[in-house]
Design a protein around this ligand. Structure first.
Ligand code: GMT
Length: 378
């Protein structure tokens, strides 16, 4: 049994989801897991045994324009490590977690404690934000100062090596799925009729509606598919572009075909009805949303950005197109949706491919990283 502190963003984003699912899975295996973050992580189940939650408070003070979150986080890490004899601090998303962990490590060193820090890179912390000149020096330093570094795809590892001067080995450990949440039997298939007519295909997009997700492309693609195939589009999630995209839907007069469902924890309950998943992102280090769709037997039409080709296999589990190539995505979608036999084949392929990302395959890889740091071997 190991004692592990997990630091993450407690929000709907992929990195928070991965960190939370990882923590819960480790706890189920008997490890003691301490979440250290500013809010209760969205998918955290407190009824799970071996789970602890430590909230980071940031005291407001009129002098501060920016509240010193990293400082409060480092202090909380030190406090939790000492109180619970934590052996590993696993921080998800480099900014500012890896930097705060470095500070905590130095403070603990001063007290005679050698805490091991694992940093997992998730994507935008490297590709969009981390490499910006305002952050690069500190991000590079904190990655190099971690005891172990993991990245969620080969593509992200390569991006990290290209954008930073990295002196550490980076282990690729893919995102994973808890297949218990995707067992067909637990879903009531009869309520499909509440989402679409029998002759309509159900298409889903899930994201945080940020520019990187190219949500406008989702609507453009769907509008073109609609001209050939009766369908409904479920837009799951929320974010800055939602209002804008709702306007685009109105401008095409397809409000009766597109439903904005907002944020929900029940994505798997909706995905079990889906025929197609759209993810035309500008960049995507891995694409957990696509993997979740595949686990629910849903083929994926995606861009070929970042690590998406490591998840979605062109011509087998779905199709990949260049970013912004809407017509190609439409043609591929129609290829899949036009006849039942092809659709069912893609659905089974998607599911079968997703199985290799099951929790049982991925969890031991993280445990191995921890053990190497604590005991020197796996
Ligand atoms: O995609 C997002 O906007 C959320 C983001 C995050 O940091 O929480 O997701 C990133 O991490 C996920 C989990 O590792 C990956 O599956 C996503 O592909 C990655 N997003 C991007 O690279 C844009």
């Amino acid at each position: 049994m190991m004692k592990i502190g997990i630091v993450c963003y407690p929000t709907y984003g992929g990195s928070g989801v991965v960190a939370t699912e990882l923590g819960m899975a480790l706890a189920n295996k008997g490890h003691e897991v301490h979440f250290i973050t500013y809010n209760q992580p969205v998918r955290l189940d407190f009824l799970n045994k071996n789970i602890y939650f430590h909230e980071v408070f940031v005291e407001e003070y009129p002098l501060f324009i920016y509240q010193p979150y990293e400082l409060a986080l480092s202090s909380k890490m030190v406090e939790v490590v000492i109180q619970y004899d934590i052996q590993i601090l696993h921080v998800h998303y480099a900014i500012p977690h890896a930097y705060a962990a470095y500070m905590a490590k130095q403070i603990l060193k001063d007290k005679g404690i050698n805490i091991k820090v694992v940093t997992t890179l998730h994507g935008t912390d490297i590709t969009l934000v981390g490499s910006h000149p305002d952050y690069k020096t500190a991000v590079e330093f904190s990655i190099n100062s971690s005891d172990a570094v993991t990245a969620v795809s080969k593509s992200l590892k390569n991006d990290t090596l290209r954008l930073f001067d990295i002196k550490k080995e980076i282990d690729v450990i893919y995102n994973f799925i808890d297949f218990e949440k995707y067992q067909d039997e637990q879903f009531d298939k009869s309520n499909r009729a509440n989402l679409a007519n029998e002759n309509e295909r159900i298409i889903i997009h899930t994201s945080n509606f940020r520019p990187v997700k190219r949500v406008h492309d989702v609507i453009e693609i769907f509008n073109k598919i609609l001209q050939k195939i009766p369908a409904k589009l479920l837009m799951i999630g929320d974010g800055p572009l939602r209002e804008n995209v709702e306007k685009l839907v109105k401008s095409y007069n397809i409000q009766d075909k597109v439903f904005f469902l907002g944020k929900t924890d029940d994505v798997n309950r909706l995905l079990c009805h889906a025929d197609l998943f759209l993810l035309p992102s500008e960049t995507e280090s891995f694409g957990l949303a696509a993997l979740e769709a595949m686990a629910a037997k849903t083929p994926v039409i995606s861009s070929n950005a970042g690590g998406l080709s490591e998840v979605n296999i062109h011509g087998t589990t779905g199709y990949l197109s260049d970013v912004g190539n809407i017509n190609d995505m439409v043609n591929n979608a129609i290829k899949i949706l036009s006849d039942e036999k092809t659709l069912n084949q893609f659905k089974m392929n998607a599911y079968n491919h997703s199985l290799q990302f099951c929790q049982d395959n991925i969890l031991p890889q993280y445990e191995c990283v921890y053990r190497k740091l604590i005991h020197g071997c796996c």
